[in-house]
Design a protein around this ligand. Structure first.
Ligand SMILES: [Zn+2]
Ligand SMILES: [Zn+2]
Length: 410
């Protein structure tokens, strides 16, 4: 319960079980102490006859991650004892809660995130108490909520190419007045867009229940996995620019110009130490030639494909391939001189490790528009290196002129 914490005797293997135990304990020991609702509060409860599903959305907005993508709303990683479970959320349910002021939209580097507003938190707490005290149960059907006057204009859906005031609009989109030719949600083929939350707590990754493996869909590599993009710092951009052309091409093809390290139990300095002192010298030679190293990156850590980096999402390599690059699940055990002595099967269960280009562009469905040809720069202007934009990857890399990185690369 908010603000109260008490250790419970016992041991649970599973977060879900622990949660049930906690609730049972609460029921037994603390429920009577829950402030009894006042008449006023009961009247307020009546005004929010939220269904179970609506309450769940509010819960996700706080305890998981509720996000909007081009193909709709998703609750990411929303099952406490399983990981990477993402659920599509009915559009009207989210927009209704938003219009009524229970949810707010936050814009961050990965796009739109919906969070509980202050009012949303208060209403959720109130409904929780009402339910515990047996005053009101969840309604069978979604409540039709009255929109706040300032939100009565409706929610600007991404799927309709609409934007919030002040929201960065991808440069290749049509003006907001003219809703771009977006696919009707109905025809948007099976939601290829499960997403993975960016800040997955490390411990959950490492110590997910063993059964999590079985619970994952049977290695469905076709599901687009959305991973956060790396924002290159000025120093890193400098390093990319200084990379020898051949290696730069290699890095671009492999998506390691902007790779994102997975969470690791080993701190970065320790990793650097291992590379320096344990890895054979010839590894380090290759390592130094690439802007962010070479052999240290696994398939799922690769970044944005080179076409998307240059603003050509219509040619995104994984759109063209119709799927991600898949790791061959094999590495090598080496002796002290760095020679192969045995193959190593990395994931005995055969789970796939894949690279989905991290660009936010849709990887299937209608092809995004080709960017308009750039106007030739005035010849008087010598190739002045464009001032590095602070964060090229923070916004979807759709705009061709986005960030100095792309400009310098091509
Ligand atoms: Zn793209
Ligand atoms: Zn791409």
């Amino acid at each position: 319960m908010p603000g109260v914490s008490a250790p419970l005797p016992g041991k649970w293997d599973d977060k879900g079980d622990a949660r049930i135990a906690a609730f049972a304990h609460y029921d037994e020991a603390h429920r009577p102490a829950d402030d009894v609702l006042t008449e006023q509060e009961i009247a307020e409860v009546e005004r929010w006859p939220l269904s179970d599903a609506q309450r769940t959305v509010l819960h996700w907005a706080e305890h998981a991650e509720l996000r909007e993508y081009d193909d709709g709303f998703w609750a990411l990683d929303c099952v406490p004892d399983r990981w990477d479970v993402n659920k599509r959320v009915a559009r009207a349910r989210v927009t209704g809660l938003w219009a009524a002021g229970l949810l707010d939209v936050h814009l961050d580097s990965s796009g739109r995130r919906l969070v509980k507003s202050q009012k949303g938190r208060r209403v959720a707490r109130l409904l929780g108490r009402a339910e515990r005290q047996g005053v009101a149960e969840a309604a069978a059907k979604d409540a039709k909520l009255t929109p706040l006057p300032k939100r009565s204009g409706g929610y600007p859906l991404l799927s309709e190419g609409r934007y919030f005031k002040g929201e960065q609009q991808p440069a290749d989109d049509a003006s907001p007045a003219e809703p771009t030719a977006v696919p009707a949600p109905a025809q948007a083929a099976p939601p290829a867009a499960a997403a993975v939350r960016a800040d997955q707590p490390l411990l959950r990754r490492l110590f997910a229940p063993r059964t999590a493996l079985e619970q994952r869909p049977a290695h469905d590599i076709r599901t687009v996995i959305r991973r956060p993009q790396r924002v290159l710092t000025d120093e890193e951009r400098e390093r990319v620019r200084d990379t020898a052309l051949l290696n730069l091409q290699g890095a671009l093809i492999m998506g390691i110009t902007d790779p994102v390290p997975n969470p690791s139990p080993m701190p970065e300095e320790a990793g650097a130490w291992v590379r320096e002192h344990v890895w054979p010298e010839h590894f380090q030679k290759i390592e130094r030639k690439y802007p962010h190293g070479f052999a240290r990156w696994s398939m799922c850590e690769r970044g944005t494909c080179w076409n998307c980096l240059s603003g050509r999402c219509d040619l995104c390599v994984h759109r063209q391939k119709g799927g991600p690059d898949v790791d061959d699940n094999r590495d090598w055990v080496r002796n002290q001189e760095g020679r192969f002595i045995a193959p190593l099967i990395l994931r005995p269960g055969g789970e796939s490790c894949v690279w989905w280009c991290r660009c936010a562009c849709p990887k299937d469905g209608p092809t995004p528009a080709r960017p308009a040809p750039k106007e030739a720069p005035a010849p008087a202007d010598p190739p002045a290196t464009p001032a590095p934009a602070p964060a090229p990857a923070a916004t979807p890399v759709r705009a061709p002129e986005e960030g100095a990185l792309q400009a310098t690369l091509w």
